[in-house]
Design a protein around this ligand. Sequence first.
Ligand code: HEC
Length: 137
Amino acid sequence: MKFVPFALGALFLATPCLAESEATFEKIKIDAGAALYDAECRRCHASDTAHDSYGPPLENVIGRGAGTYPDYDYSIALEASGIVWTPAALRAWMEDNSGFMPGTKMRHVGIEDRTVQDFILAYLASISDRDPSKISE
Ligand code: HEC
C-alpha cells in the first residue's frame, strides 16, 4: 500500500499541468482560428458589431437565431430558415453554405477540413458570450 500515497501525490501534481496544457491548446486553437478567420471570413464579416460589415457581424453568432442580427438585409432564405447557429449548423455552413441553404446570398465557401472548422469554431466561441458546449455539438 506504499504506492497509494505516491500515486495520489502524482495525481495532484499532474492535475495543474493538465489544466495548463488544456488552456494552452485552447489558446493555440483560438489563435489559429483567428488567422483562418482573417483569411476566409473577415473581408465580409466584422468580428465585432462596432465595425461596418458587408455580411452580418459574427460576434455572438454561437447560439444566435439565423438571420436575426438587427438591421441586416438578409436573403429571404436565411431570414426564414428558423435555424439556430449551433456548432453543428456552423460546420455544415462552412462546409457548403449554398448546399445547406439554397438561396443564401453568401458566396460559396467549402471548408471541409474538420480541423480547420474546429479552429474557426474555437475563434467564434471566443467572440461569443454563449458556451458552445451548452448548445450542442
Ligand atoms: C464574400 C463575402 C463572404 C465571405 C468570404 C463569408 N461570408 Fe458569411 N455571409 C456573407 C453574407 C452576404 C451573408 C448573409 C447571407 C444571407 O443573407 O443569405 C453571410 C452570412 C453568414 C452567416 C449567418 C449569420 C446570421 O446572422 O445568421 C454565418 C454564420 C456566416 N456567414 C459565416 C461565415 C464564415 C464562418 C465565413 C468564413 C469561413 C464566411 N461566412 C465567409 C458573406 C460572406
